[in-house]
Design a protein around this ligand. Structure first.
Ligand code: ADP
Ligand code: MG
Length: 549
């Protein structure tokens, strides 16, 4: 195997996990390979294709991915073929011919093709060494790239019971792992779980209040290309248009565009004709751009898995990169309602996944710890490269500040949204404020001396701590809880975190970030040199037993 690695691929050492996974596959054991994107999953099935006589089948979800993979194989001298709906019947017959003459080492197939009965019958006549299911999270309804045809892959087991299965994915929270294991009957599989940490990504969560301004402020202070994810097509178009108006070379990508428009946008981004891409989650698998410097989430994603995958598109080159999440309690309440009123039996799992995402956004502890712990990769050290670590929250005696907010909510007859409460605190008079007479209340303008972001942050904390409620059935109006009354009476010793004004202000944050970038850059350069020497990515965990997950 080491010889194949060196002769065919030109690498001197395996990355941690690759060798043992390949050994298990050659010993006809099922395997589940969980490695982050770029971790080196392909090699795990490419080497078995060369090291044994049997044909290796690779199930792959996207035609464009398949074509790339075939070309990569051929480039190193592996005899690779592919079968999918983009081929003519004659082309498919030609591939079958090669297959029966044992001229192929590896065959990439679309799942719907694999499951066709006549194709299966052909396979039964051949010596199949391994079935690799790439992007295996597509079997799971709970993943965000669910494919109906993937769901049926379990049937392969019935037709080819003696062929080992290797499931590979970079999306691996416990629910998805369980689903893959269940759907593909991998109960006794060897499991390799790699580290999911992306140390070069700096995570930041900021209170969302004027998202477009916040985004522009963020981009202004940075170089390089970035992706901005939004939850709806409408939002994507809106933000892309506005950024273009402000002079940014910015594309839009969502499922409402034609295939050609999407392909063009992706190409333009790839070759840096566009510096920014505003997109829905449709912009995902198959992006192969290593120098994305930041990923901004305009809206809260539905799960940590989705967040991890989307932010993971930043900094694949290993250089410092950033992930910024704009978070509003109100968005969370709205998404929660969508999930609850959605159809289908899986809403409970989805709610749980979403609750974890929300907790991540609200966390006052190291973000990376929250992320890694979610992937069951327990970490008890502070990362030093997220907003919480770089600028730990300080607490202060917040009775008076809280009273200002709560009394505004009260005097606005509990009819005002967070936005309107901030307008009142700041003493501004947009039309709605005048219409409702909010400019006449006695607390109008009592918060002028603090920036908007400060007040949004305080309001969020008061929601988290149970003093305020957001009523999404009343356009997100804020109302007081019982506990709030004690605060208003002044009979409560209230502590809040000093708001971290991350995005908009301050020279301090920027220069701190710059110094940090420099230090990290040096550290990473050193690390990359080490990596080049060892050709490996530490630190990996290898679990040899599914019950340990
Ligand atoms: P994944 O499918 O996990 O996202 P790939 O299989 O595409 O990742 O591999 C990512 C990169 O890592 C490829 O360029 C591949 O050639 C390289 N790679 C894989 N294994 C090794 C190794 N043992 N040593 C050095 N480079 C490797
Ligand atoms: Mg891959």
């Amino acid at each position: 195997m080491t010889k194949i690695l060196a002769d065919t691929f030109g690498y001197s050492t395996f990355r941690v996990g690759q060798e043992i996974v390949i050994e298990q596959a050659l010993a006809k054991k099922d395997t589940l390979v969980l490695m982050p994107t770029g971790g080196g999953k392909s090699l795990c099935y490419q080497i078995p294709a060369l090291a044994q006589d049997g044909l290796v089948l690779v199930v792959s979800p996207l035609i464009s991915l398949m074509q790339d993979q075939v070309e990569q194989c051929r480039a190193v001298g592996i005899n690779a073929g592919l079968v999918n709906s983009a081929l003519t019947p004659e082309q498919i017959q030609a591939v079958f011919g090669q297959m029966h003459r044992h001229e192929l080492d590896i065959l990439f197939v679309a799942p719907e093709r694999l499951l066709q009965l006549n194709f299966m019958e052909r396979l039964q006549e051949l010596n199949i060494g391994l079935i690799a299911v790439d992007e295996a999270h597509c079997v799971s309804h709970w993943g965000h790239d669910f494919r109906q045809d993937y769901r049926m892959l379990g049937k392969v087991r019935e037709h080819l019971p003696y062929v080992p299965i290797m499931a590979l994915t970079a999306t691996a929270d416990l629910a998805t792992r369980e689903d893959i294991t269940h759907q593909l009957s991998l109960d006794n599989a060897f499991v390799h779980l790699a580290s999911f940490d992306r140390p070069n990504i700096q995570y930041t969560v900021a209170s969302k209040y004027k998202p477009l301004d916040q985004i522009v402020e963020f981009i202004k202070q940075r170089d390089g290309s970035g992706i901005i994810y939004c939850n709806s097509r409408k939002k994507v178009d809106e933000i892309a248009t506005k950024l273009n108006q402000r002079g940014y070379r910015c594309g839009a990508y969502h499922a409402g565009l034609t295939t050609d428009e999407r392909a063009q946008a992706q190409r333009d981004f790839q070759v840096d004709n566009l510096e920014l891409m505003v997109a829905t989650v449709a912009f995902g698998m198959g992006i192969n751009k290593s120098n994305v410097r930041f990923v901004i989430h305009h809206d809260l994603p539905r799960s940590i898995e989705a967040y991890y995958q989307e932010t993971g598109r930043a900094g694949r080159d290993g250089l410092p990169a950033e992930a910024l999440l704009l978070f509003a309690e109100r968005d969370a309440a709205r998404i929660q309602e969508w999930i609850e009123t959605g159809e289908g039996a899986r809403t409970e799992v989805e709610l749980e996944k979403f609750a974890a995402m929300q907790k991540f956004a609200e966390a006052q502890t190291c973000r990376r710890q929250v992320l890694l712990n979610y992937f069951a990769q327990y970490s008890d050290t502070q990362c030093g490269n997220c907003d919480v670590c770089l600028d730990p929250p300080q607490h202060f005696s917040a009775l008076e500040i809280a009273q200002k907010v709560l009394s505004c909510v009260y005097r606005m007859r509990q009819q005002g949204t967070a936005n309107q409460v901030v307008e009142v605190l700041k003493g501004r008079k947009p039309a709605k404020i005048i219409e409702f007479g909010f400019d006449k209340i006695s607390t109008f303008g009592i918060g002028k001396n603090k920036p908007d972001e400060y007040w949004f942050n305080i309001i969020n904390q008061l929601v988290h701590q149970g003093f305020l409620r957001i009523d999404i059935t009343r356009y997100g109006a804020l109302s007081l809880t019982e506990a709030a009354k004690d605060v208003l009476r002044g009979t409560f010793e209230l502590q809040l975190a000093v708001p971290r004004l991350t995005v908009v202000s301050t020279r301090k944050a920027t220069s701190a970030a710059k110094n940090y970038d420099k230090a990290l850059f040096a550290k990473l350069k050193h690390l990359r040199k080490q990596l080049a020497d060892q050709q490996d990515i530490p630190p990996f965990v290898v679990f040899s037993d599914a019950s340990l997950m």
